[in-house]
Design a protein around this ligand. Structure first.
Ligand SMILES: [Zn+2]
Length: 483
């Protein structure tokens, strides 16, 4: 319906990058045999006392600082009560009021190039539940508690998003930032970054919120886009037919591409939140806030203006910020050989496409930033031509071989020595006397034919800029000698 607009808010769960769980020292590693990373605390045995993981607290506060949130000096853990077979405590340990961080924002780029600020409501700490696994062979449901007690932050936005594209762009940008901060590893296929989407429709221009549906647990950007689109269509149809939109919790079936109702949505009071008596208030000292603030990497805006000052074209520099590792790689290479635009174009044309293909952080590529810096220098010194780089880059990337050695071994180092090029030019002129004479007679266009012959004779290795000057001088100089 054209007169309605979607209003979308997100609740994002990110698994914090800690070695151990939120309230015990069990490892958080993924993929261990079922029920091996458990203890009396994370399985909720009577009398077991939780202890707060200090690293988790730091990472939550760090995320808040990077997002411009206010970090509360004191916050509280509460019990959020509900029954699930994979929730052995019978409650989730979460934060209701006050949470560790409040407020903050993150901007997204709109189609017209402007930026839109998406406000955050809060960030709070909580622990994850275990997993139920349905075993068709046994005809039974099994419980694996390895994930129970894993530390999460939940980031809750205000309902500031108005399309599936805005929601997906926001999530990508948040994911990239949190990974860059090393707050999370962000492996979505392992559920380390997942989100719930609240969505409602309202008449355009209205500031009231409509009745919303909440789609739970989406763990891919594509599913978020599809689920939001489907839900907009579903709710629009209800409004069009004058049917009631109910507040409910929905599951997105990624195979069918549609949402279906799980249950009518509960309100906060249904959880009977109350302060968790086993844990003291969470304390974040001003000194810790200061230390974390100093440890933050530069913001997106600062990084873009710095790159622009180095001569990397602004519209393209975003490439270095969209995924983890690329900017750090660039900075390292630039530190070794300060030619920003050449390093950027080597990364843009050659390195990054291969890294993205392999889902690899550029910093972990065998062809490290020092080697890319060497390659940039060889090009600048005229020892490596574009064509050889194009030919050899996939091999350098795979094996991490030294560019200088590899060019030599393949006989592809660029010929930029004047004498060497002159020798080839002489052969060309000797075997093409008619064309040389035509050029001498003023047919300028024939020069590119002769340069082409020279390049061919050098097997593409002659520096093309020098080649053209040298062969021109040779022909005209010969003329001068004859007359
Ligand atoms: Zn444990």
């Amino acid at each position: 319906m054209e007169n309605m607009e979607p209003v979308i808010g997100l609740e994002i769960h990110a698994q914090l990058k800690t070695k151990t769980k939120l309230f015990c020292s069990c490892p958080t590693e993924f993929g261990a045999p079922p029920n091996t990373n458990i203890c009396e605390i994370c399985t909720g045995q009577p009398g077991a006392l939780p202890r707060m993981n200090a690293r988790a607290l730091e990472l939550a506060a760090k995320a808040g600082l990077a997002l411009g949130s206010r970090v509360n000096e004191f916050s509280l853990f509460s019990r959020k009560n509900y029954f699930y077979p994979d929730l052995p405590n019978g409650f989730q340990t979460s934060q209701l009021d006050p949470p560790i961080c409040e407020g903050g924002s993150l901007a997204i780029a709109l189609e017209d190039g402007s930026r839109k600020t998406i406000r955050l409501n809060r960030i709070h700490l909580e622990d994850d539940a275990g997993k139920c696994l349905h075993d068709a062979r046994l005809g039974a449901t099994l419980v694996d508690l390895n994930r129970a007690g894993t530390p999460l932050i939940e980031i809750v936005t205000e309902p500031d998003l108005n399309s599936s594209k805005e929601a997906v762009d926001f999530l990508k940008s948040l994911h990239s930032l949190l990974v860059r901060l090393e707050v999370t590893d962000g492996r979505m296929e392992e559920g380390e970054f997942r989100c719930d989407v609240n969505i409602s429709l309202r008449p355009k221009g209205s500031d009231k919120l409509g009745v919303r549906g909440e789609i739970k647990n989406l763990n891919s950007f594509r599913f978020v886009g599809q689920a939001v689109e489907y839900e907009i269509r579903r709710q629009s149809a209800l409004y069009r037919d004058n049917l009631p939109v109910r507040q409910e919790t929905l599951h997105f079936d990624s195979v069918k591409g549609e949402t279906r109702s799980l249950r009518s949505k509960e309100e906060a009071h249904d959880y009977r939140y109350f302060p968790q008596p086993d844990l003291p208030p969470v304390y974040v000292s001003p000194e810790l806030v200061e230390r974390l603030r100093e440890s933050l990497p530069e913001s997106r805006e600062d990084a873009l203006s710095r790159l622009s000052a180095l001569g990397v074209y602004e519209g393209r520099a975003e490439l270095l910020l969209d995924r983890p590792g690329a900017l750090a790689y660039f900075d390292k290479a630039y530190g070794v050989y300060p030619d920003a635009s050449r390093i950027f174009s080597l990364m843009e044309e050659h390195l990054l496409p291969l890294c993205w293909r392999d889902s690899r952080d550029p910093l972990s590529a065998p062809f490290g930033p020092e080697k890319l810096a060497t390659l940039a220098r060889l090009m600048e010194e005229g020892l490596a031509g574009r064509r050889s780089v194009k030919e050899l880059f996939p091999e350098m990337y795979q094996t991490g071989s030294d560019p200088e050695a590899l060019l030599k071994a393949k006989g592809l180092e660029q010929i930029s020595d004047d004498e060497a090029i002159l020798a080839i030019a002489r052969e060309v002129v000797k075997s093409h006397p008619e064309e040389a004479a035509k050029y001498r007679a003023g047919q300028d266009k024939i020069l590119s034919f002769l340069v082409g012959k020279l390049m061919k004779l050098s097997r593409g290795r002659a520096d093309p800029k020098k080649a053209s000057g040298i062969i021109r001088d040779l022909i005209l100089h010969d003329e001068a000698e004859k007359s």
